[in-house]
Design a protein. Structure first.
Length: 472
């Protein structure tokens, strides 16, 4: 980073210089796995109600068109409709986010922002498929750099990391795929810093805005890149300036030199984790621990449960909710619900997560005490289960991102298992695996045809996952 550089120009120089050949092999492999997980989870989320809502909005905003991009998973009437690239990104992100089982980079679901957007751009002919993998890496690195540095401050303030940092990721990924020069990538990042945001209240209220935040982030990031390409004059110090991104959102100072030094050294894509269960990323470890304790409980009556977790996680919106629940937006966030459900019913599924009238689970939820504990690291937990006979069973579950950074084979097994549960043909997974493995010598038609093999669903949002609003 030179003396005249700003953080935006430093990130832009890094992004502009990315090539598939220059990336470390382990970074390229992780990008392939991220693609497989993103597409695979989206295929398994075809029966969730959020993409139909986003498709309807996209069509109302942009209309159906013969050019543009395919709305993935839109198979009613035997065909997939096409709309504008922003519309396809909006609809696609809701599909990728439908199971809440997308990848996680720190506190942000960057893959659910980036992958639908980049796919739509390639599908529309706005960027070559050969640039898809480095564009994906560019997005994870630009968004992940800021997320890692500042989400510990922005998240407790009520700002959701996925749209806040995902917009920056989308701008970087789109700008790279579009082939913008370094100065225009910097402008795109500066624009994105001005267009970003997103709050956490929907988790407290058990509503669905968060399902669409990732799509709006994709659209805003693409808008930032398109404006830059058209010649926008954008703030050089958009991140570190007196009223820039860091001061406005994180309420702290910014060291551009220190942050820029992390690029290409501390690869954010290596922090990307994958979710075995359809619950919040912060609930993956408690569910893992509760599954082990369930074997020890062996069907005996439970008097109480105490769970200790890091305050960053226990303080996240919706995590301490005990209901009553009326939407999966409430249950998948609630630590007490996820633990009670797992102890009593085993591995959480979309079906059990939406069984809001399970009296035994709801009764146990009331007996789960959640304790913030600075001595417990993030992604870890300690659970004590006291049985009715007074027996105390304890489980300390210490996990890191490495435990959830699954290799190709494990992700393939995960998404195919979900596909078995939701009726996705096996050859759909064969196609997305072939596409991700073949890049840069791949055809986007493999992705489109994979999603074209999904079962038909009516264009409606009124299904079992949504039964009103929880007051979480």
């Amino acid at each position: 980073m030179t003396a005249s550089d700003t953080l935006a120009t430093a990130i832009a120089r890094f992004v502009a210089g990315l090539t598939l050949d220059s990336l470390p092999p382990d970074v390229v492999e992780k990008a392939r796995v991220c693609l497989l997980n993103g597409y695979g989870i989206a295929l398994g989320g075809h029966d969730t109600p959020y993409a139909p809502v986003a498709r309807a909005a996209a069509l109302a905003l942009h209309g159906e068109r013969s050019d543009g991009a395919t709305m993935l998973g839109d198979n009613t009437s035997g065909r997939s409709r096409r709309t504008s690239v922003p519309g396809a990104a909006l609809a696609g992100s809701a599909l990728f986010h439908g199971r809440a089982q997308e990848d996680t980079c720190g506190a942000a679901h960057i893959g659910a922002v980036l992958i639908p957007l980049l796919t739509a751009l390639v599908d529309a002919g706005d960027g070559p498929v050969e640039r898809l993998l480095p564009a994906l890496v560019a997005g994870y690195e630009a968004g992940g750099l800021l997320e890692n540095a500042f989400s510990p401050l922005t998240t407790p303030a009520g700002l959701r990391a996925s749209p806040l940092y995902g917009t920056l990721a989308a701008a970087a990924g789109a700008a790279y795929l579009l082939g913008l020069p370094e100065d225009r990538i910097a402008a795109a990042l500066a624009n994105a810093a001005s267009f970003t945001g997103g709050i956490l209240q929907s988790f407290d209220d058990g509503t669905d805005e968060w399902r669409y935040q990732v799509g709006v982030a994709a659209v805003n990031g693409l808008t930032a890149a398109r404006l830059a390409a058209a010649g926008s004059v954008s703030a050089p110090r958009a991140f570190e300036g007196r009223t820039g991104f860091v001061r406005a959102f994180a309420r702290t100072g910014c060291d551009p030199v220190e942050l820029a030094a992390r690029l290409g050294r501390d690869w954010s894509i290596h922090r990307v984790t994958f979710k075995p269960y359809p619950v919040c990323a912060f609930n993956q470890t408690p569910v893992t621990a509760a599954l082990a304790l369930r074997d020890e409980v062996a069907g005996r009556a439970v008097r109480s449960v105490t769970v200790r977790m890091n305050p960053f996680e226990t303080g996240y919106a919706g995590m301490d909710s005990k209901g009553p629940f009326a939407s999966i937006s409430g249950t998948l966030m609630s630590i007490p619900f996820c633990i009670a459900l797992t102890l009593l019913r085993g591995v959480p599924t979309m079906e059990t997560m939406t069984r809001y009238d399970d009296g035994a689970v709801n009764a146990l939820v009331e007996r789960v005490a959640l304790v913030p504990d600075e001595g417990v690291r993030r992604l870890c937990c300690a659970i004590e289960v006291v049985l009715e006979d007074g027996t105390a069973l304890t489980r300390r579950q210490d996990m890191t991102t490495d435990d959830f950074s699954l290799p190709w084979e494990a992700v393939s097994a995960l998404v195919r298992r979900i596909g078995d549960e939701t009726g996705v043909p096996a050859d759909a997974y064969d196609r997305i695996e072939r596409f991700a493995r073949a890049l840069p010598d791949a055809a986007i038609d493999d992705v489109l045809e994979a999603f074209g093999r999904l079962p038909d669903h009516p264009h409606q949002a009124s299904v079992s996952l949504v039964k009103g609003v929880g007051n979480g």
